[in-house]
Write a protein that binds this ligand. Structure first.
Ligand SMILES: Cc1cc2nc3c(=O)[nH]c(=O)nc-3n(C[C@H](O)[C@H](O)[C@H](O)COP(=O)(O)OP(=O)(O)OC[C@H]3O[C@@H](n4cnc5c(N)ncnc54)[C@H](O)[C@@H]3O)c2cc1C
Length: 507
């Protein structure tokens, strides 16, 4: 095959945050990039859709880097996300309504949170104090923005280095604690439930501490307008820099010759040659389908055998012809006790999580509200069910009806006000983003793979030159900031390989 290209062309697979970020930084640095995206929209998992006038937002709850004082904000400026966008910071992260009329609130202000938790459950003083001390420890760990005046920036950086020296061991300890295990330390059943529900049970506690630290610093705000406007802003920035996106173009194979990536073949059979290929698509399909597993050594196979991805979800969007002025906005919503346990998504549960979008009026027509609920489920049973289309659709209807019945327990009369209900399943996530097993955020960070925080995963594959990966499958923990940092880190590396200075521009 004599198709090897040795110019500065890059083909990028996937127009999620990581793929578009790689494209943006590639364009800033003089590369000629094109993005091939299987869907007809930008953003990948950072998405929303409209049903009967309601917007169902399937991603953003909080964006780390929303504060102009943070270094992550500089990156959001580079990729065109923070400009003309308004962020709001809520007082509550999550709320649990107990069976006994008690309400447990996870406030975003750490001092208020400490006071409330101690009042709520004095018997749990020890784990509460540890949790709060952990959050306070993480407060010092944000790099200052480049716009911070020099003396203040130097002082902040000095504090950060000091914190690393002082707290390195403590951070490692928190890394090793799963939120499920930490939850088990609480005696009060609702507090225990809170720690189990708020987070993925297998996820390392360190990330919960950091999230609360960012929320306290007002550096994890909610962007009004939600997910899709951010994805469109990223697309706009990429195109303004000269990037080209080919939508409705699913990549089938990554073409190789003499152990070098030389291009891609689309599902429609066309081939596109280039000097480098970046996959910002799902890791499993990239390594085991697009490259037929040829460049997966034992280490990579063992990752895909052993590491845990974020679980797949049943994600319901519900449009209601009413407002909820009596329910305070919160970053991740609230949960309430059900009259009796019900089985949804394989597991019996005695509480239902609800997220009301009464903090963002753009999500619903005036006087109406959209609410969502996220329920963790498994992949395999949905995969089997989807083989029989009518059984699959019936299951979705059954879940929709069950959810309405359950919401009626908390909001009597809501049934007659519901105008729209839409159920996304792991199959929906797979169909629209190709993420492995319908996962919604790539790899979890658990005690087993915590080492990646010290030594990041490789962005290339052994034995294959001119090929790279970025995004949530090479950056455990996932998330939108990680996607941007991942694309940026990769282009920085290409610049190093090409012996040129990495450049960025803000606009
Ligand atoms: C319900 C939910 C809530 C979330 N909340 C937050 C939050 O509050 N804050 C936060 O920071 N993050 C949040 N996330 C996580 C965040 O959305 C993801 O981690 C991030 O968007 C992943 O970006 P990515 O570019 O790595 O991957 P993806 O978004 O998965 O992008 C991959 C892209 O590749 C495309 N693709 C795949 N295969 C192919 C192929 N063969 N050919 C062409 N294109 C292909 C896909 O269509 C997709 O566009 C949330 C996610 C969900 C679902």
């Amino acid at each position: 095959m004599n198709k090897i290209t040795s110019d500065n062309s890059i083909n990028i697979i996937g127009a999620g945050f990581a793929g578009l970020a790689a494209g943006i930084y590639a364009q800033m640095n003089g590369y000629r990039s094109q993005v091939f995206e299987m869907h007809d929209l930008p953003g990948g998992l950072c998405t929303s859709w409209m049903r009967k006038g309601y917007t169902i937002d399937c991603c953003i709850h909080w964006l780390v880097g929303s504060s102009p004082e943070s270094s992550m904000h500089d990156l959001w400026e580079e990729v065109g996300i923070t400009q003309r966008r308004q962020f709001i910071n809520m007082n509550e992260y999550y709320r649990l309504e107990g069976p006994d009329g008690r309400t447990l609130t996870f406030y975003t202000d750490v001092d208020r949170l400490e006071k409330h938790l101690l009042e709520f459950s004095p018997q749990d003083v020890e784990p509460i104090k540890e949790f709060i001390t952990g959050i306070r420890m993480c407060l010092a760990f944000d790099q200052p923005s480049r716009h911070t005046p020099l003396p203040k920036r130097l002082a902040k950086q000095f504090k950060l280095i000091l914190s690393f020296i002082r707290n390195g061991k403590k951070m490692q300890k928190w890394m090793q604690i799963r939120s499920r295990d930490f939850a088990n330390r609480f005696k009060d059943p609702l507090l225990k439930k809170g720690f189990e529900e708020m987070w993925i049970p297998e996820f390392s506690m360190l990330f919960m501490l950091f999230t609360f630290a960012y929320l306290h610093s007002k550096n994890a705000g909610y962007p009004l307008g939600g997910s899709m406007p951010m994805s469109k802003a990223l697309e706009e920035r990429y195109k303004a820099l000269g990037g080209i996106i080919h939508y409705n173009n699913r990549v089938d194979k990554i073409l190789t010759g003499s152990d070098k990536a030389i291009g891609i073949r689309l599902e429609n059979g066309t081939e596109h040659f280039c000097s480098r290929v970046i996959s910002a698509a799902d890791g499993y399909s990239t390594i085991f389908r697009m490259l037929d597993g040829k460049y997966a050594d034992e280490k990579i196979r063992s990752i895909y055998d052993k590491w845990l991805p974020f679980p797949p979800l049943i994600f319901a969007g519900i449009g209601v012809n009413r407002t909820f002025t009596d329910v305070l906005p919160s970053v991740s919503g609230f949960s309430f006790q059900l009259k009796e346990p019900v089985e949804i998504g394989k597991e019996k549960r005695d509480r239902l999580h609800v997220h009301l979008y009464n903090h963002d009026t753009s999500m619903a027509p005036p006087g109406k509200t959209v609410l969502t609920t996220m329920i963790m489920t498994d992949y395999e049973s949905w995969k089997r069910l989807a083989e029989d289309k009518s059984a699959y659709l019936n299951k979705k209807d059954e879940i929709a009806n069950k959810l309405i019945e359950l919401l009626e327990q908390r909001f009597p009369g809501i049934t007659s006000q519901i105008e729209m209900i839409d159920i996304a399943t792991p199959m929906t996530f797979e169909r629209y983003t190709a993420n492995w097993k319908g996962s919604f955020e790539g790899w979890l960070i658990t005690p087993e793979n915590a080492g990646v925080l010290m030594k990041p995963m490789s962005q290339s594959l052994p034995g294959l030159a001119n090929f790279y990966m970025c995004g949530q499958w090479v950056e455990p923990g996932g998330g939108l900031p990680t996607g941007i940092m991942s694309g940026r880190r990769l282009i920085k590396r290409l610049c190093r390989e090409d012996r040129k200075k990495f450049r960025t521009t803000a606009h």
